[in-house]
Design a protein around this ligand. Structure first.
Ligand SMILES: Nc1ncnc2c1ncn2[C@@H]1O[C@H](COP(=O)(O)OP(=O)(O)OP(=O)(O)O)[C@@H](O)[C@H]1O
Length: 923
């Protein structure tokens, strides 16, 4: 072999080796590659299998080959095992848990099968809870290895609106769903508690025909397709009315008010055609959706594309009639409940309508105004009570921060007093006496409020009443006294609120939970009397009323003013600041000016025993008409009062009764009973009862200072004797027997029975009494007294003088006699009298004298100097005659029977009206 060949063979050998080496290398790589590719394919398969879910993969035709491929067998098996494992817990417990949950949250017609309730009107009144869920069908988890059905229910009333979307094919199923839900809701509650509105863009009639029997009972309103705005307006109005009328206590929703549902739910069903609504309707619908739930408005929106900014549950019905809903999510397929049996729906609706009519026609009575259990409500945010009924449904009056005061109007006989009784009874039954206090003032002639105070025939009294004023039409001051009391209480509350750094009563109650902060409702019947004259009383009343009306709202002080003729009260209407605060208006038939006339003339047409209740300052949209039950007949209010009286706390005091026709009994007056011996101190003289809320006495303190004498001015012995008797007996109570001297001089015959009686009473109390009847001895008495005082002043007697009270009836009768001068001293009796008046008080000798005229008193005093009479009380004497003795305000005094004008120049800036006491025992 040539060397050349040898080389070539070697090269070829090398190449062969190389080739083999390459081939070997390549063969290796391909196997590796194949293995890798298989592994990757298995991973991919597992990703698809687990990503889409085993079910989806099993059903996917594109994966059929892969599923059959033995290469993936293991992955498939493992995924199937894992699926069963993953669902195990759910399969074992989930459906049962859900079933239990729905059963608990959706009792009765809310979830039970229709055959158990369809056709039987409901009984629930909302007070014992509202189902939280309402059944729509049966759910199944898509992809669960063993299918287990469970009930699917959606939240509705007060919680969530409902949005249903369907396709052309499944629209009937969607309508059946709506009908189903409506019947469940309608059959759960008492007929009347659910009102349905239906609007269908496509048809005037046709949607939900089975519900039509409800129309006759006013429970279904079908709206014109072209008038969606009317329905939306109506719903908006309703929301506003609920906010101003029902949610007055600061509650955020009707549901939060609690108790028996007073405001019916309104379910508005809107059927669309998958086209958007007009922009304006869209916006209005959004507003209704946003604010409606709190006001009890429920929307069912079917096939209308909307976005709403409030809780809404969505049910989507696919073309194959299966559904999904947001409650259960996309993995649950819902098989909606079958449509209700066609013929039974109208029958069930007819039964509901009949029941509703029956309720509506039932004459609602005073007893129907009352809650089942008394005194459960809190007045922290306000008070709310039904006062009457509209078609069997209660109509409420609410007083709170937003509706602070009420104005009631109606001509005589229209039922104002009856209305007040209905309102007060309804309130008193709901709020305990420590939640609500009543101040009741009746300017009417007659005693319509006397019922509330203990009486001779009926000893019970209304536990909430703190003050009852009757027969006050001549004592308008009493109205001022009440308003002044309220103004003081308002300030007291404002101060307390400030201390707790809050502004409103509700917050104060939170900060001071143990404090006593009830709401106060002050009722003034025929309040126009208060403003009846152009005088000081009207001016004061107007000013106080303005104060209380403006600032009382946040302090829980509410005024209820009623009048047969509101139009005549100039002082009231002229002041818009007062008037605007009276946002609650109640108009009885033919009431004038109470509602916002002339636009709102609803009171004109009002039938007998009805009232327009309006919480919106009387504008027309706020009108609610109510029939007011008889609350004054026997067995109504009186019966309630007896029951409440029995329930009253043992330590609750009786209301203060101010009866203008009664003479206050001295011995019953708290100020009199509280008098104790003063033991050398200055005693207090009680002259009569002041017209104030506490029923306090008019007082004069007999200090040892000049001027501490009392003059009674007037022509009538009875008036004078009442004052002098009360004064002397109150003094007697402040001295131990023997410590003080009483000298009674009666110079007019008509007063002598009074003087004798007083002497007897004083002696009965253990005191020494000198009684002088007639003129004889008067001169001596005056001269001797003057002499003793002079001696004491000049220090001749040395001892401290004992108290001596000179009670003189008809002082002026002795004038002529006293004028005579003593032939030796040239001093007259008048001089002596003046000495007694001038220097007596410093020496503990005080005159309590009756002069039968202003001029007659002047005659007894040093000319032009009237200071020696520091306190006086005048009866039948015109104001201008009293000017010399008191401030300018006395000018306004016009005398009236059994009332005196009292002024103490040491204590008062203005005079007060006083009622003389009955000192007991007939003369
Ligand atoms: N809702 C009612 N149902 C039945 N009777 C009523 C009703 N309201 C009032 N009455 C009766 O009508 C009469 C007059 O009613 P009420 O005294 O309440 O009227 P008023 O407006 O206060 O009249 P006045 O101012 O003259 O006293 C009473 O006898 C009362 O019993």
């Amino acid at each position: 072999m040539s060397r050349r060949d040898e080389r070539r063979r070697r090269i070829e050998g090398s190449f062969e080796e190389f080739r083999k080496a390459v081939a070997a290398a390549l063969g290796n790589a391909s196997r590796e590659h194949r293995l890798l590719a298989d592994e990757r394919a298995r991973d991919m398969f597992e990703v698809i299998l687990r990503g889409d879910g085993v079910d989806r993969a099993l059903a996917d035709p594109l994966l059929a080959g892969a599923l059959a491929n033995p290469l993936f067998k293991q992955q498939l098996a493992q995924a199937m095992i894992d699926r069963v494992e993953a669902f195990r817990e759910w399969s074992e417990r989930g459906p049962d848990q859900l079933t239990a949950l729905v059963d608990a949250a959706a009792e009765g017609p809310a979830s039970w099968p229709p055959e158990t309730w369809l056709g039987t009107p409901g009984a629930a009144d909302g007070g014992d809870g509202v189902p939280e869920l309402w059944r729509i069908g049966t759910g199944e988890v898509r992809g669960a290895p063993e299918p287990h059905g469970f009930p699917v229910a959606v939240p509705l009333l007060d919680h969530s609106h409902l949005h249903i979307s369907s396709t052309h094919e499944s629209r009937a199923t969607a309508e059946a769903l709506v009908e189903n839900l409506l019947l469940r809701v309608l059959s759960h509650f008492q007929p009347g508690l659910v009102h349905v509105h239906v609007w269908d863009v496509g048809q005037l009639t046709g949607a939900l025909p089975g519900l039509y029997p409800l129309t006759r009972a006013g429970l279904l309103t079908v709206h014109d397709p072209a008038r969606l705005h009317e329905l939306l307006d109506e719903l908006s109005d309703h929301i506003r009315r609920v906010h101003t009328g029902v949610l007055t206590e600061g509650h955020q929703s009707v549901r939060a008010v609690g108790g028996r549902r007073t405001e019916p739910w309104r379910v508005a069903v809107l059927f669309g055609n998958r086209q958007p609504l007009k922009e304006e309707h869209q916006q209005q619908l959004q507003r209704v959706a946003r604010n409606g739930l709190a006001a009890g408005i429920q929307l069912f929106i079917v096939d209308i594309p909307v976005t709403v900014n409030s809780p809404i549950e969505t049910v989507t019905v696919a073309a194959d009639h299966s559904a999904t809903c947001t409650m259960t999510g996309k993995h649950v397929t819902v098989t909606l409940d079958p449509p209700l049996p066609r013929a039974q729906v109208p029958r069930a609706c007819a039964a509901i309508a009949d029941k509703r009519e029956e309720r509506r026609n039932r004459l609602s009575t005073f007893a129907d105004l009352l809650p089942e259990h008394f005194w459960l409500d809190s007045s922290a945010a306000g008070v709310l009570a039904p006062v009457g009924f509209l078609e069997g449904e209660p109509v409420h009056v609410g007083l709170g921060d937003t509706s602070p005061h009420a104005l009631i109007g109606g001509p005589s006989g229209s039922g104002k007093t009856n209305f007040l009784y209905a309102m007060l009874g309804s309130l008193a039954a709901r709020y305990a006496p420590d939640e609500l206090e009543l101040y009741l003032l009746d300017f009417k002639e007659g005693v319509s409020f006397a019922q509330f105070a203990p009486g001779r025939k009926d000893p019970t009294w209304l536990p909430h009443a703190r003050l009852v004023g009757v027969n006050v039409n001549t004592d308008r001051e009493f109205g001022v006294a009440l308003l002044a009391f309220l103004a003081d209480e308002m300030r007291r509350r404002a101060d307390a609120a400030k201390q707790h750094e809050v502004t409103k009563l509700e917050q104060l109650r939170e900060e001071d939970p143990h404090g006593h902060w009830p709401r106060i409702v002050a009722v003034i019947d025929e309040f126009q009397y208060l403003f009846g004259e152009r005088d000081q009383v009207t001016a004061q009343a107007t000013q106080l009323l303005e104060d209380v009306a403006r600032r009382g709202r946040s302090q829980g002080i509410h005024l209820v003013l009623s009048s047969q003729d509101v139009s005549g009260i100039e002082g009231f209407w002229g002041k818009s600041a007062i008037f605007e605060q009276f946002t609650v208006r109640i108009a009885l038939p033919k009431a004038r000016r109470v509602l916002a006339e002339p636009q709102n003339d609803a009171a004109v047409e009002l039938p007998r025993w009805h009232a327009v209740v309006n919480h919106e300052s009387g504008v027309r949209p706020g009108n609610e008409v109510a029939r007011i039950p008889d609350a004054t007949a026997k067995g109504t209010f009186d019966k309630l009062q007896a029951e409440l009286h029995r329930l009253r706390p043992a330590d609750l005091a009786e209301p203060i009764l101010f009866d203008g026709s009664k003479v206050p009994l001295l011995h019953a007056v708290a100020d009199f009973r509280a008098l104790r011996p003063v033991d050398g101190g200055s005693p207090t003289v009680l002259l009569g009862q002041v017209i104030d809320v506490a029923g306090s006495a008019a007082k004069v303190r007999f200090a040892r200072t000049p001027g501490r004498n009392i003059a009674v001015l007037g022509s009538l012995a009875d008036d004078a004797a009442g004052v002098l008797g009360g004064a002397a007996l109150s003094l007697a109570r402040q001295h131990e027997p023997g410590d003080a001297r009483f000298t009674l001089a009666c110079l007019a015959e008509d007063a002598s029975p009074h003087a004798q009686r007083l002497a007897k009473q004083l002696r009965g109390a253990g005191h020494e009494v000198d009684l002088l009847l007639g003129l004889e001895g008067v001169r001596k008495l005056v001269d001797d007294t003057a002499a003793r005082i002079t001696a004491s002043m000049t220090g001749e007697t040395g001892t401290s003088p004992a108290p001596h009270y000179l009670v003189v009836y008809a002082v002026d009768a002795a004038h002529t006699l006293l004028e005579a001068k003593d032939p030796t001293t040239r001093a007259s009796g008048v001089d002596s009298l003046r000495t007694v008046l001038k220097h007596g008080p410093e020496n503990r000798t005080h005159v309590l004298g009756w002069w039968r005229g202003a001029q007659r008193l002047k005659n007894s005093l040093s000319p032009g100097v009237y200071d020696d009479i520091g306190a006086w009380i005048a009866f039948d004497i015109q104001g201008k005659e009293l000017l010399s003795f008191g401030p300018e305000q006395v000018m306004a005094w016009s005398p009236r029977p059994r009332r005196g004008l009292f002024f103490d120049r040491f204590e008062h800036s203005r005079p007060q009206v006083v009622i003389p006491f009955d000192t007991g025992e007939e003369p």
